[in-house]
Design a protein around this ligand. Structure first.
Ligand code: ADP
Length: 187
């Protein structure tokens, strides 16, 4: 099974993806994690994306599509991929559909985590204090939320049109959200 965890920044996608990896042996493909690893390694790519990410803007479609393409083969061997933070634009979603089709594969389900803006702001303020992730500062977070609303939310009708969208209340505890996701996947 291949699934997309969809939702605004700080909705809990990464937390839930890691749990699914542990429980189901799937592979998490987080473009955010890949980009942060590139920055930490000091690679040429990392140097190119550092300022963009710190501002909260999206990096280019080509960059993230290439990162995903490189990792797709291993997900098939593992029995499935969890896409976390990708796709974030309609061109990324189209590219993903094409890449999956090349290997006679497809996205099975898109789980939308619904969290209201006030809760997102509260979560990210707490995470900024605890973890100091540079793009969690209030100005960058506003840019990230705007990018979500402008570029990423339009994917909802795209996946709804494909009949793949399921909505999950992302406001509960980590365990409650996990249970709701499992129930959605069992349908
Ligand atoms: P969150 O979902 O909490 O915002 P991520 O770790 O998914 O965090 O993303 C952090 C940043 O990495 C984004 O703000 C953006 O700059 C960059 N990024 C990650 N994934 C993508 C993507 N698919 N397309 C463009 N930029 C991305």
């Amino acid at each position: 099974m291949n699934l997309i965890l969809f939702g605004p920044p700080a909705a809990g996608k990464g937390t839930q993806a890691k749990r699914l990896v542990e429980q189901r042996g799937m592979v998490q493909l987080s473009t955010g994690d890949m980009l942060r690893a590139a920055i930490a390694s000091g690679s040429e790519l990392g140097q190119r994306v550092k300022a963009i990410m710190e501002r909260g803007d999206l990096v280019t479609d080509e960059v993230v599509i290439a990162l995903i393409e490189e990792r797709l083969p291993e997900t098939q061997a593992a029995g499935g991929a969890i896409f976390d933070g990708f796709p974030r634009t309609v061109p990324q979603a189209r590219a993903l559909d094409d890449m999956m089709a090349w290997s006679a594969n497809r996205i099975d389900v898109v789980v939308r985590l619904k969290v209201d803006d006030d809760s997102l702001l509260a979560r990210v303020a707490k995470r900024f204090e605890e973890q100091g992730r540079t793009d969690d500062n209030p100005d960058s977070f506003k840019v990230r939320l705007d990018a979500y609303n402008r570029n990423t939310a339009p994917l909802l009708p795209y996946y709804e049109g494909q009949g793949k969208l399921v909505e999950v209340d992302g406001m509960g505890s980590i365990d409650a959200v996990a249970q709701a996701i499992d129930a959605a996947l069992a349908r």
